[in-house]
Design a protein around this ligand. Sequence first.
Ligand code: 9MR
Length: 343
Amino acid sequence: MRLRALVMAVALVISMPAVAAGLRDLAQAAGIRFGAAVDVEALNTDAAYAQLLAREFNLVTPENAMKFSVVHPERERYDFTQADALVAFAEAHAMQVNGHVLVWHQQLPDWLAQGQFSQDELKAILREHIQTLVTRYRGRVASWDVAAEAVAEDGQPRDTFWSRGIGPDYLALAFQWAHEADPQAHLRYNDYGGEGAGAKADGIYRLVAELRGQGVPIHGVGMQMHVSPDDAPRTQDLRVNLQRLAALGLATHISEMDVMLPVPASRTNLNKQAVLYRDTLKLCLAQPQCRSFSTWGTTDRYSWIPEFFPGKGAALLFGEDGRAKPAYESVRKVLRDAKTGTR
Ligand code: 9MR
């Protein structure tokens, strides 16, 4: 009787379809990290969201939880509730964390944006902010977006709260402070709209080349890739751009990709979206310096797009219901076909 039960159990296991590996496993075999931005509220309240995240991704970026206004809401008070929850989740699921973002001109708390501070005071505030965050997560947050979106559309340095208040060396200082707080952390500059060819891409290149030239501890560049089928950069331009950044000795990352579509999305557009994801990931895989590929969210349900671009959405790999879209299948195929051991 016991033998018969055993035989039946074995037969059952053999006849079961193999559980499909998540993208994270395929990505790992291909030598790349596969990431997503995380909405920590969704993570805390939606079990399906958490499950999908843990199954498909091995790199997480807090979508908002480490931004200045969230994590440092008053001058003397930090609030790490959401950030801690995300880091704990990542550790429990063997994921890497990319901290986001230390110096940015958006999502600043009122005490800061509306305060009156001298140059020295602002430097002290930024230094304390950076060192508090980076020290707290030393050894637990593998990389940081130290600075984001510091280049304007014309390629010139963007005129911001930080550049006005501290002066042009605010970026070099920020990288330096972050490096002091965690010498092992991978420090990135992250921007949008400079993925392909043009003035902004050239401006980003000049900026990071200059920082490298000055010996500033910058290790990588994130290309955000918030695109739509009508305005995506040409593949060839993205390739050349990633190559010239790598030639500076920098790692590159596709850091926030999404492809917004008019909603409800047509089959044609979903297929165009799948092609864009596919080509971008292929390009990253073809370059040894391109270390990670992240999407800005997981399911369309929690994407930032519909709120910021009314009438647009459906930008991610999974639909509102969490089902895989054509883009997911195309990404999956690229990862499956990727040669292993070449990176
Ligand atoms: O997705 C984020 C959204 O929830 C916030 O309201 C918004 C605030 O400006 O920031 C979004 O994330 C941005 C990221 O931090 C930096 N790159 C562009 C992203 C999309 O706007």
